[in-house]
Write a protein that binds this ligand. Structure first.
Ligand SMILES: [Ca+2]
Length: 293
């Protein structure tokens, strides 16, 4: 797939992870709506999404007409995102690929078809083979005013930008846009053209950054080096895991240790807060974690 479309396998894995947790999310009844029914409902009942839903409904019917999938198997989210890589019907019609050669473009059951469809979308929207999506950089003092500007990596380096590991930027003639997604106190990012191609999949900067960082981790380059600023007293993801581990060890919590604080975690926190004579918010906090340490 990497050879055929020229899109890195790590990027495709990261998209698959983000879209459906490698297919696991497709077991969730929330993702198993009949797509024409869901879109017809939206078109009728949701004035804000009516135009979108009508267009997608017609595209969904076209998919059925082309015979790639049986009507009962045309499942997706309430808004019509379908299969392992969560394509909406119009995107499916533009990019779907039969990679396993069985004659059907089946992004619901065939992982090769789904990943090839994503690769095809990126390739057709200008993915540059063999290049990264961008670089995490340390923001030099006073350089926040350049946010949103585009310069060559060599020009950014001349302004004092460097990678957190101190290494320079390869391919200095490539152009990159400075994004300060966590504000001037957080890590800076110099985004090259492939970042903007990932945004063709989902237009949110945060989505494209998450795909890029996850792809780098999968490739063994490590994740983000600098910390993301967060409100004082709140926990990062490692601390959230630690808090759940500690609550479990103390017998207050018997759910998954997954960093997600649902009703089980909240009940456990409230019980511990009560025991410690703290105010019962049910919310994870640094104060609570320190108390358990
Ligand atoms: Ca197929």
């Amino acid at each position: 797939m990497e050879r055929h479309f020229g899109v890195d396998r790590t990027i495709l894995l990261a998209i698959w992870s983000m879209e459906s947790n490698y297919g696991a999310a497709l077991e969730n009844p929330e993702r198993l709506h009949n797509v024409p029914q869901a879109l017809a409902t939206l078109a009728w009942a949701d004035p804000k999404r009516s135009n979108y839903a009508k267009k997608q409904l017609l595209a969904a019917l076209e998919i059925l007409q082309e015979g790639d999938v049986a009507p009962k198997q045309l499942t997706g989210s309430w808004a019509g995102a379908m299969g392992h890589t969560q394509f909406i019907p119009t995107s499916y019609l533009l990019y779907a690929v039969d990679a396993d050669g069985n004659g059907k473009r089946d992004i619901w059951h065939s992982v090769p078809d789904a990943l090839a469809t994503s690769a095809n979308l990126l390739a057709k929207n200008g993915w540059t083979t063999g290049k990264t999506w961008g670089y995490e950089a340390v923001l030099p003092a006073g350089a926040a005013r350049y946010a949103g500007q585009t310069k060559t990596l060599a020009q950014w380096a001349a302004l004092g930008f460097a990678r957190p590991n101190g290494k320079g930027f390869p391919r200095g003639s490539d152009r990159a846009t400075l994004k300060l997604m966590a504000g001037a106190e957080g890590p800076a990012f110099l985004m090259t053209s492939n970042f903007f191609t990932i945004k063709k999949y989902n237009a949110a900067d945060s989505y494209a950054l998450a795909v890029g960082l996850l792809a780098d981790e999968i490739a063994g380059y490590g994740g983000m080096q600098q910390s993301w600023p967060r409100p004082a007293g709140t926990l990062d993801i490692k601390e959230k895991f630690e808090l759940q581990h500690r609550m479990k060890a103390l017998g207050y919590y018997d759910g998954e240790v997954d960093g997600n604080f649902g009703s089980g975690s909240k009940a456990a926190i409230s019980a511990i807060q009560q025991r410690l004579g703290m105010q019962q918010s049910g919310e994870p906090s640094r104060t609570l974690l320190n108390a358990l340490r």
